[in-house]
Design a protein around this ligand. Sequence first.
Ligand SMILES: NC(=O)c1ccc[n+]([C@@H]2O[C@H](COP(=O)([O-])OP(=O)(O)OC[C@H]3O[C@@H](n4cnc5c(N)ncnc54)[C@H](O)[C@@H]3O)[C@@H](O)[C@H]2O)c1
Ligand SMILES: [Zn+2]
Length: 715
Amino acid sequence: MTKSPKPAPDLAKLTRPKAKIELMRLRLEIEGHNAAYYQHDAPKISDAEYDALRRRLEAIEAKFPDLVSDSSPTQTVGAAPARGFAKVQHVVPMLSLGNAFTDEEVTEFVERVQRFLRLDAVPAIVAEPKIDGLSLSLRYEHGELVRAATRGDGFTGEDVTANVRTIKDIPNTLNGKAIPAACELRGEVYMLKQDFLALNKRQEEAGDTVFANPRNSAAGSLRQKDVAITASRPLKFFAYAWGEMSDYPMDEPTQHKMLQWLDHVGFVVNPEITQCHSVEDALKFYRRIGEQRASLPYDIDGVVYKVDRLDYQERLGFVSRSPRWAIAHKFAAEQATTVLEKIDIQVGRTGAMTPVARLQPVTVGGVVVQNATLHNEDYIKGLGNDGSPLRDGVDIREGDTVVVQRAGDVIPQIVSVVLDKRPATAEPYRFPHKCPVCGSHAVREEGEAVWRCTGALICPAQAVERLKHFVSRLAFDIDGLGEKQIVLFHEKGWVQEPADIFTLQKRNAELKLEELEGYGETSVRNLFAAIDARRSIELHRLIFALGIRHVGEGNAKLLARHYGTIDAFLDAMRTAADAQTEEGNPSEAYQDLDNIAGIGDVVADAVVEFFAETRNRAALDALLAELTEVLPAEKVKRDTAVAGKTVVFTGSLSKFTRDEAKAAAERLGAKVAGSVSKKTDYVVAGEDAGSKLTKARDLGVAVLTEDEWLALIGG
Ligand SMILES: NC(=O)c1ccc[n+]([C@@H]2O[C@H](COP(=O)([O-])OP(=O)(O)OC[C@H]3O[C@@H](n4cnc5c(N)ncnc54)[C@H](O)[C@@H]3O)[C@@H](O)[C@H]2O)c1
Ligand SMILES: [Zn+2]
């Protein structure tokens, strides 16, 4: 929120015309937030702020009941299905829940139930953690999963069947006998806090969408048009409800018996769920689970109380948007106001620079908070529309007073800036264009949110990843020097940059590798021999080993073949880097690089950025001083039967390894691709070739056996 909002006019003084205007404004505002939250999985305000808007709306409608319309958010659920998903009609509507924020409201709920049912005693109540995810409906026919749908607007949801089949917690087939012919089972899709953090970290490093909290992350991951993306996300599911049941699998069904049954047929049911026999019991559960909240592996935002007996549930029925037999007891928002003292930049293992807010320590929901993530430059500028809780355009500055929230309990977030308290001297934050760890210049590629350090070879923050890459199979590939050893040698301070690998032997009088656990005289001798063997290296392996962004094996080969020798390559890169200016790079050397078939602007820029960092050059020179020769790239033959053709190898080859086959084909001027398309000229199929072979046949691409291929290339 930009400002502490003007206090809403006192309800008692609100006149009908004024109420009408305020209702209209509130409805529009809430509908906007509903769309952001339900359709785009990216809320613009905190849940507490949203709930406050709703409460105000409810209070006004309660005072002027004739102003309530059917389309008011108090009468509707969620939001209509988003475009791009097939629609599913729910046989039994999927409703929301009434809210209680205080103990009194819970007591009133139970009394209401008793009055309605004319019961003297408090009926059994099941208390369940309210999982902060999104609800899902699963239709099973004869025990087989046939359809999965989101809640949508309660009547029509989005068809997410294919996505749901990738979730391990959800059985495709129900276990056990006596499964009803048709049943629709329901529950919550969610993401573990740790999985959410790891996902966001990956997204952040890759410059992709970051999610505000596990709920949005779960919703965004489930509601994907590309099922492969859903499959790659760690989604979980708790079952706790049902819709249509052709018959019940037990006599005198109750909520807790049904939960046991859900567990029995193969679902995960939340282990904290407890049966209560009094309001005190229920409130005790609420307090206990509230205390455990921070340590639970998933987010909850309250407790749901449900009348246990299903015949009671049926008699109680529904009000417009929620059942009369259940209520959600929400936790108070965990927010606090503090001062943002400083913005620091953390550098990730791949060079991504992430800003972090250093806060005056403040207690939020019982936990002292000193740091909050700020994700990236756009987020600080208030431009981030991916789950940013800040309103568009409000930036964050050092010295600002900010409202901090433990969003879903995990990483604290800044949800708003108190602009009234902004010091006159506070300046817009200038995102650094240098890496704070190594001082290298940083770049932000077009279309990316992330700034990255370009000091690939010298940045301590990136060292371990770079060194692992340096020794990987397609790079220097040194026997006995894999990731494990690199991590160890780096920890010991023995290897900081690539050249250090080649001076290990010289320094060993002092280092004494043979004294390391698991090493002996022989293994150390072997290691040094393996390192020596790599003092002679092919140019493309060397280029790949540098770890320049966007320069994978394929591009490294293109570069090596184009320049031929290390000297020609270095000359050209240094010239291009030195000619680089703010406006661009008009040098001939750059044009020549940019013109290589297969090398686009993005790659060319990344290579030049690498060489623009003089310390990268120095590190490379130090490495070259340790090598005996860099083998020039093999000239590609242009006059062969396969020159210019695109080849795909599939199945298991018996005459050569995949790598050999690929190298041979490339030497003869062919391009080797990983997947079959219309552009493929030949598919070479070994034993057990699968889908690629089928696809080749479908597309009418020539399919060769290994022998036919050998005959073609004259081998
Ligand atoms: N920040 C925003 O802009 C914004 C916008 C819209 C909604 N919201 C938030 O969404 C919520 C309101 O949405 P709602 O209508 O889905 O209501 P709700 O989330 O308050 O309650 C209903 C939902 O609770 C879930 N639930 C979790 N555990 C359950 C259990 N054990 N038993 C039954 N249900 C369980 C179900 O998914 C069900 O649909 C509020 O928390 C609100 O703050 C926020
Ligand atoms: Zn750096």
